[in-house]
Design a protein around this ligand. Structure first.
Ligand code: SF4
Length: 190
């Protein structure tokens, strides 16, 4: 019997939700998506991934029935039988540290690999092409708890009739690819 995975969540959506629940709602529930300079550069980076010097299996499609997650991991490095997910971002790190929503996306891949390959995953890499930085992330229990909370919130919120409120965060809104759509979206969805 085949399992219906149509409602499984993509790690990219987890990243979006962690960045801004309203943006996630507009993109995933309303199905509206718009590219801006940042997302277009992101596509370019992914299209040129072979130029990035890492040894890997690229674009590995994973489905986790345990976590109800599905999506493509940019790369999986294997080292001494360890599986290490790698996520590549076009952007820069922030003040010398990796960005929380990117870590949440990476943790999704870690949990998916654990479920699919039945191996523990304790490490992942985040690469920021914009600043040419590569961060090793130790994946801890608290990361998994944070992700679990996010997934439960997403599950609750996708069935709510109210769109989440706008963020009070100028930096995020300034860099947001859908800010015009966000401003024109009324809270009653009209
Ligand atoms: S403009 Fe700001 S509040 Fe609106 S979706 Fe983007 S990040 Fe969220």
């Amino acid at each position: 019997m085949s399992i219906d995975t149509s409602r499984y969540v993509n790690p990219f959506s987890v990243n979006t939700f962690s960045y801004c629940p309203r943006r996630w709602y507009i993109q995933d529930v309303f199905k509206f998506f718009s590219h801006n300079e940042h997302t277009l550069i992101g596509r370019h980076v992914h299209e040129r991934r072979e130029e990035i010097n890492i040894q890997k299996r690229s674009e590995v499609y994973l489905v986790s029935h345990k976590w109800h997650l599905k999506g493509k991991c940019d790369y999986i490095e294997t080292e001494d039988k360890n599986f290490i997910p790698v996520e590549v971002k076009k952007s820069r790190d922030k003040f010398g540290v990796p960005i929380h929503n990117d870590i949440m996306q990476l943790v999704c891949y870690a949990l998916m690999i654990e479920d699919v390959y039945n191996v523990p995953v304790t490490t992942g890499f985040l690469i920021y092409a914009g600043s040419r930085k590569k961060y090793e992330i130790s994946i801890k229990l608290y990361h998994k708890s944070q992700l679990n909370r996010l997934l439960r919130k997403m599950d609750l919120m996708k069935n709510l009739p109210e769109i989440p409120k706008r963020l009070n965060n100028k930096n995020r809104c300034w860099n947001c690819s859908i800010h015009e759509r966000c401003l024109s979206t009324r809270e009653d969805h009209q």
